[in-house]
Design a protein around this ligand. Sequence first.
Ligand SMILES: N[C@@H](CCC(=O)N[C@@H](CS)C(=O)NCC(=O)O)C(=O)O
Length: 211
Amino acid sequence: MELVIGTKAWSTWSLRPWLALKKTGAPFTETLISLRQENDMTREAILPHSPSGLVPCLKTDGLVLVDSLAICEFLNEAYPDARLWPTDPAARALGRAAAAEMHSGFVALRSECPMALEIAPRPLDLSAAAGRNVARIAQIWSELLARFGGPFLLGEWSIADAFYTPVATRLRTYQIDLAAYGGSAAATAYCGALLETPEFLAWEAAARAEA
Ligand SMILES: N[C@@H](CCC(=O)N[C@@H](CS)C(=O)NCC(=O)O)C(=O)O
């Protein structure tokens, strides 16, 4: 398998399936494309790998799969023993809803607070829209952690946690306090736990080495 990804300091979309793939334990190679190159050069570098012109892209068994959520769902089916989603249908449904809400939403937070693993934490004033995004994330995290008992959203680590790991980096980088947005103490602890998994720490070390 080959996972084509973007600059590790910035590519939130790449981080998600990379974490899931690491959790499967399956061997894979990485192809790293530098994002934010001038003159459309990033797109030109991506296109030979990914017909969407976007990363991530997974190449496996003659398949070329684009989109972080689709790749994670593929991995869940290809590696059932990795339990990337829980076996309980209700937990799985709630996890998929949480991941999909991240995948398709929180636009203000994403644009105002880009993932930037190479910079030191710094405070930032959020717009009202981004503040509402943070409050909704605090609500999702607090409810799921209370329901399933943590330490991750559905109890054991799942694809939902892969989708919220980039959010945790944003909260840390821009010094956003979840408690100020209605988040529980468990939600704050969960944010820290996402940034302490061995897989995320390996990604972060590589991101810092890129700089
Ligand atoms: N919905 C897609 C979004 C992928 C995406 O937007 N990727 C960005 C990098 S994080 C990209 O490839 N940008 C191309 C560019 O910067 O030219 C997914 O989930 O994979």
